[in-house]
Design a protein around this ligand. Structure first.
Ligand SMILES: C=C(O[C@@H]1C=C(C(=O)O)C=C[C@H]1O)C(=O)O
Length: 380
């Protein structure tokens, strides 16, 4: 464990050298434990079959390369930051006036077109998104990462750099897949309202249905691979300035179905970020959004990392010694509430689920609310 000053200095140095790195805090470690992989050479590593070990960064489009920072070619860092003094609630930023009218018209027209297709029976749900640029005014990316960490203690907060992808930051509330031996966890997250100081929400039919689509699709797609699968009731979960409807899904995989690549290909992209049925919704997105999502709504995270588990010895062992076993874990997240850092601007990516009951103006407002997650650290 190194000091947090050393940790952030090392990230800055790595960025200056333009070498790949990732630093992140997992949602399960609200105490401020941050990790990083700093690649020690300038090679480009890509995922071939998901048997690799390291940190993966994958785009929305399945046919584009997925990049890897391999554990074996990296320096691994860990530190702790003090989150205790930080105001845990979303801080309102004075959001600058940005040209919004054209963006609003475009997004409303896109959503209207999506609803038309749903009414024609082409698909039942589609997730439509847009980009928004914010001037950076010389703000330092590592500082912004530190602020994201403090503002969103229950998200997967990350900064990723690779010469092939550029510099990305995010604070995502959504797990794609967590695997430890044959145990897995995932979630269905959809439906959004703005947090107004109250966790009690009466969810409308539209939100309940769009979230149910996600739950049903994940349960159905995982069925051939699982020995046992369970789901929670949908509940309200906070993510920064927003509330979502969430169902936790977990269980055990058949020992023979632990081919991670195969599992990912059946669940990703879920209807939380693409649509239902998957293919026509994906085609509509690719043909109509009019921009490249790149890594937004792709996935990222720890892939096949070795973890030491300490257990006390069994009763027959008279000395009752502790022994350790090494297991492999993967912890992948959907890349949401994210932004790409360019020289003078940050490009934000935001979207929302559209069903037959969607109101295009309300969907526009939802994307504005989602953009606030990132604007809170960009505009100050
Ligand atoms: C698509 C996004 O978020 C997803 C869509 C949601 C919705 O439609 O309500 C909620 C959570 C996420 O699954 C995004 O943040 O850009």
């Amino acid at each position: 464990m190194i000091t947090s000053e050393e940790f952030f200095d090392k990230l800055r140095f790595q960025l200056e050298k333009k070498l790949p790195f990732v630093a992140y805090k997992k949602p399960s470690t609200p105490t401020g434990e941050i990790k990083a992989f700093l690649q020690s050479n300038s090679e480009t590593y890509k995922i071939l079959n998901f048997s690799e070990s390291g940190f993966v960064f994958a785009p929305f489009a399945a046919n584009k390369p997925k990049f890897l920072i391999p554990a074996a070619q990296s320096e691994f860092l860990e530190t702790n930051i003090d989150l205790s003094e930080i105001d845990k609630d979303f801080r309102n930023s004075s959001i600058a006036e940005i040209e919004v009218e054209t963006a609003r018209k475009q997004h409303v027209a896109l959503v209207e077109k999506g609803i038309e297709q749903i009414k024609k029976g082409i698909f039942k749900k589609v997730v439509l998104s847009r980009r928004e640029s914010v001037k950076l005014q010389g703000r330092d990316s590592i500082k912004i990462f530190q602020e994201l960490l403090q503002l969103y203690p229950t998200a997967l907060v990350y900064i990723w750099f690779h010469p092939e992808t550029g510099l990305w930051l995010g604070a995502t509330p959504e797990t794609l897949l967590e695997i430890e031996r044959n145990r897995f966890k995932t979630m269905a997250l959809a439906g959004t309202v703005k947090y107004a100081g109250e966790m009690e929400v009466v969810w409308g039919q539209k939100e309940k249905q769009e979230q149910q689509f996600v739950t049903d699709s994940i349960m159905e797609n995982l069925k051939p691979f699982v020995e046992k699968i369970e789901k929670s009731h949908p509940f309200t979960a906070k993510a920064g300035n927003l509330l979502h409807l969430k169902t936790n899904i977990s269980g055990f995989l058949y020992p023979e179905s632990q081919d991670l690549g195969k599992l990912i290909s059946v669940i990703h992209p879920t209807p939380a970020i693409c649509g239902l049925p998957k293919e026509p919704a994906k085609n509509f997105i690719l043909e109509n959004e009019n921009y490249d999502r790149e890594y937004y709504s792709g996935f990222l995270g720890e892939l096949n990392l070795k973890k030491e588990i300490k257990r006390s010895g069994n009763r027959r062992n008279q000395e009752n010694q502790a022994y350790a076993s090494i297991i492999t874990t993967s912890n992948l997240f959907v890349n949401l509430r994210c932004m790409k850092f360019e020289e003078k601007q940050a490009v934000l990516f935001v979207g929302g689920g559209i069903t037959k009951d969607s109101d295009p103006e309300a969907e526009w407002v939802e994307t504005q609310n989602k953009a606030e997650t990132m604007k809170a650290v960009l505009l100050k």
